[in-house]
Design a protein around this ligand. Sequence first.
Ligand code: LRH
Ligand code: MN
Ligand code: MN
Length: 429
Amino acid sequence: MKTIDPSLIAAQNDKLARHVHHDYEHLGEQLARRNIDIETVRARVAAFGVAIPSWGVGTGGTRFARFPGQGEPRHVFDKLQDCAVIQQLGRATPTVSLHIPWDRCSDWSELRQAAEAGGLAFDAMNSNTFSDQPGQPLSYKFGSLTHVDAAVREQAVAHNLECIAIGRKLGSKALTVWIGDGSNFPGQQHFRRAFDRYLDSTRQIYAGLPGDWRMFLEHKICEPAFYATVIQDWGSSFLAASALGPQAQCLVDLGHHAPNVNIELIVARLIAAGKLAGFHFNDSKYGDDDLDAGSVSPYRLFLVFNELIAAEHEQATGFDPAYMLDQSHNVTDPIESLISSAAQVQRTCAQALLVDRAALDAAQHANDALTATGLLQKAFQTDVTPLLQRVRLDAGGAIDPIATYRASGYRQRVAEERPAVKGGSGGIV
Ligand code: LRH
Ligand code: MN
Ligand code: MN
């Protein structure tokens, strides 16, 4: 796999390593004064990973237009190579999440080998019954798992079972189901019956789940159904996951809620119920904007991580969230966005590890709101950059991954092999 020459990474790192060690030592001293052992934090941050969505390495778009960049991946092997570069430099993204049938492949064992060669493994499989594929007998225009026609539902169930079968070949352990089913007009759909049909279909998928797999139900407030969506919120998702059984859990995509919804509170509820599947990280200002994680509201991301680290600290039962990015990169090089977003998520994890949990408990018991919130701010305001740099350096990554990526000329190199793609209207594939 043609990734980046390790000697280039080493040469770039040599220029910065001295400063990193110095800054790390200084941060260690500051944290020690707060009774925090930097080595413990470093080990936990080094163990943290967030999956790359295979569809994220292609330039995204809106329903109005898409402006492809140079060297767009042509197929799943190219996507995997880009993911390997992201991991090689950033060292925070050891896994890839595939989307079927966007990721077509005639030999899955070859793909598995390619992933291993690139230092990658496979995370959750994503099914797609929200768009029609060439040659598909029945259309999803009016829904898939909840369609009024049993034959369409059967087709959608069969597709999900096929995703599980592919995932088994790749070593994946989860299936993420997001459907666009719903309605665009009041009266178009019988709400309760549609939900019953969803349960009926997902039960058939659940029955095909291997014993060591999980099924992630992803909710989304709207789009493509703009009046009512069948699995529109964590309530519907939770009802379904509870009806299905212990292997079904609720996946939180940060962009899938109404503006101002308290997502960290939802996260806490799902943790308490043992039903938190994991996340699709991104940021948003208006809706499912799929902006880069932490680019608009880093404190909100921190508050989500605060719940996660608290749950870990308190050893909440059944707590094992899966982390993935789910973003659309419309104006940046997707590789750069994914490297920096993964680092942003990793940074947020590190910040949340700095919260003084005992002091927070005490402040909460004393009803000392200002101290409690100050403890969160203190952790959030700590610059953990040297720690992240050290984690990358130790793992063989790049201290400054974006600068190293640009210096490598990777994008220009792949542009020579991968034919230019024309822009056009809409779509994220
Ligand atoms: C839906 C979604 C879901 C899909 C992905 C492409 O908006 O977040 O996770 O699988 O986008
Ligand atoms: Mn998502
Ligand atoms: Mn989305």
